[in-house]
Design a protein around this ligand. Structure first.
Ligand SMILES: Nc1nc2c(c(=O)[nH]1)N[C@H]1C(S)=C(S)[C@@H](COP(=O)(O)O)O[C@H]1N2
Ligand SMILES: [Mo]
Length: 358
C-alpha cells in the first residue's frame, strides 16, 4: 500500500503506527488505524479459518458452537463508535526507557464497530452462577511457536455482559480486515486494546480470573503501588488493567510545524468509563491554560473533537500542549507516571514547532 502512512515498529510481529497528524477524522479509516499483534496472524488457508465457528464453553449450561451465518441470524446487530487504544501507547515517552514496543502517540484510533452483544451470546449459552470472568481464544500464534497462542485475554463477567461489549464483524461499515481481527473480534469500550481480542474463536466462562497468554506476570498489568526504576517488580502486586485514563492528542499543528500566530489547535480527547469534562491548551509550557471548544462526539465511547482558534503565541520556537480532564476531576499529568512495562502514559501531548514572525 503506497499510501500507507503507518510506520512498522521494530518487531518480528506486524505492528503499525500512524503519525498523530494522520488521526484527524472522527472515525479512523482501517488503513490508517494502528495495528498491534503479539504474534503471527492466523493462516487464512487453515480449515478452521476457512470455516469459522465461534464456540462458548466453560461455566455455561449450554455450550455452543455457531457459524458466522448463524451468529448473524440469531443476534441483534448493534453499532457503537469507540476508541481503541493500546495500553502501551506512549511507551517511548518513559524515562528511563522500558522494554516493549516503543509506541509514540499513535497507538489509538476511533472506529464505528458493528456486531452483536457478547452478553446476548453468553445469555444463549446460559452463564452459570459460578462465573466471574471470561477468557478469549484465537488461532494467531506466538513468534516461532506454531500452535502456541500469542494472546489469550479476557474480561471480568460484568464487563463481558455490559451492553457496550460486542463481538464485532465490521469496522467503519466494511468487514473487518485480517489485520484488525477478521472475521470476529471483541470490542470492549473503555478497556485497553489488549482486551479487544482479535480472530475470536472461543469464549470460555470461568470461575476465576483468566490466566491465558499475557494475562499474568507483568503483561498488561499495572503495579498497585508505585515501583521505582531499578526496583525488582513483584508480579503479585500487579493487577490487570481495566479502565483507561483520560487523554488527548493534537493532530494540528503537526510536530515540526512552521506557522504564523495566532494558532489554531485541533485534536481529540477520550477516556475510559468516566467521561471527559474539558480540554485545555497551553502555549507557554503549562503556565497558563485556555479552555478549548469540545464537541459532543458520537456517543459515550467515541473520542471528542476539540478546537482552539486564535491562540496567542510569540514568534520563535514553540510548544503547544493539550490537557484533558475527566468528570472525576482527573487531569492528564505533565509527565508520565513511570511503571516497569510502560503502560498508560497519559501525559499531556506536546507538539513542537516554529512560530514565524510577520
Ligand atoms: N488474537 C489477538 N488479539 C489481539 C492482539 C493479539 O496479539 N492477538 N493484540 C491486542 C492488542 S495488545 C491490541 S492494542 C489490539 C489492537 O487492535 P488493532 O490491531 O485492530 O488496532 O488488539 C488486541 N487483540
Ligand atoms: Mo495493546
Amino acid at each position: 500500500m503506497a499510501s500507507d502512512v503507518r510506520r512498522r515498529l521494530p518487531d518480528p510481529a506486524l505492528n503499525l503506527e500512524p503519525p498523530v497528524s494522520a488521526l484527524r477524522q472522527e472515525t479512523t479509516p482501517a488503513g490508517t488505524f494502528f495495528v498491534r499483534n503479539n504474534g503471527i496472524l492466523p493462516d487464512p488457508d487453515a480449515e478452521a479459518v476457512r470455516v469459522w465457528t465461534l464456540a462458548v464453553g466453560g461455566e455455561v449450561r449450554r455450550p455452543l458452537s455457531l457459524t458466522l451465518a448463524a451468529l448473524r441470524e440469531r443476534f441483534e446487530e448493534v453499532e457503537i463508535v469507540s476508541v481503541l487504544e493500546c495500553a502501551g501507547n506512549g511507551r517511548a515517552g518513559f524515562s528511563p526507557a522500558v522494554e516493549g514496543l516503543p509506541w509514540g502517540h499513535g497507538a489509538v484510533g476511533c472506529a464505528r464497530w458493528t456486531g452483536f452483544r457478547l452478553g446476548d451470546l453468553l445469555a444463549e449459552a446460559g452463564v452459570a452462577d459460578s462465573a466471574v470472568y471470561v477468557g478469549f481464544e484465537s488461532p494467531d500464534h506466538a513468534i516461532g511457536r506454531p500452535g502456541v497462542p500469542a494472546l489469550s485475554r479476557g474480561l471480568p463477567i460484568g464487563k463481558a455482559l455490559a451492553p457496550e461489549t460486542l463481538v464485532a464483524y465490521a469496522m467503519n461499515g466494511a468487514p473487518l480486515t485480517a489485520e484488525h481481527g477478521s472475521p470476529l473480534r471483541i470490542v470492549a469500550p473503555g478497556y485497553p486494546g489488549s482486551a479487544w481480542q482479535k480472530w475470536l474463536h472461543r469464549v470460555v466462562v470461568l470461575d476465576r480470573e483468566h490466566d491465558g497468554a499475557k494475562m499474568t506476570g507483568l503483561d498488561y498489568r499495572m503495579p498497585s503501588r508505585p515501583v521505582s526504576p531499578g526496583e525488582e517488580p513483584n508480579p503479585a502486586e500487579f493487577q490487570v488493567i481495566t479502565d483507561m485514563p483520560v487523554k488527548s492528542l493534537i493532530h494540528d499543528p503537526a510536530e515540526g510545524f512552521e506557522a504564523r500566530g495566532p494558532l489554531t489547535v485541533r485534536g481529540f480527547a477520550w477516556s475510559g468509563h468516566v467521561p471527559v469534562r474539558c480540554v485545555e491548551v497551553s502555549a507557554d509550557g503549562g503556565a497558563t491554560w485556555q479552555a478549548a471548544k469540545l464537541e459532543p462526539g458520537s456517543g459515550p465511547w467515541a473520542w471528542r473533537r476539540f478546537t482552539i482558534e486564535g491562540l496567542a503565541i510569540p514568534a520563535g520556537p514553540a510548544e503547544v500542549m493539550a490537557r484533558a480532564t475527566d468528570r472525576q476531576g482527573r487531569s492528564q499529568p505533565l509527565d508520565p507516571a513511570w511503571n516497569p512495562r510502560g503502560y498508560l502514559n497519559n501525559a499531556v501531548h506536546r507538539v513542537r514547532g516554529q512560530v514565524l514572525s510577520d
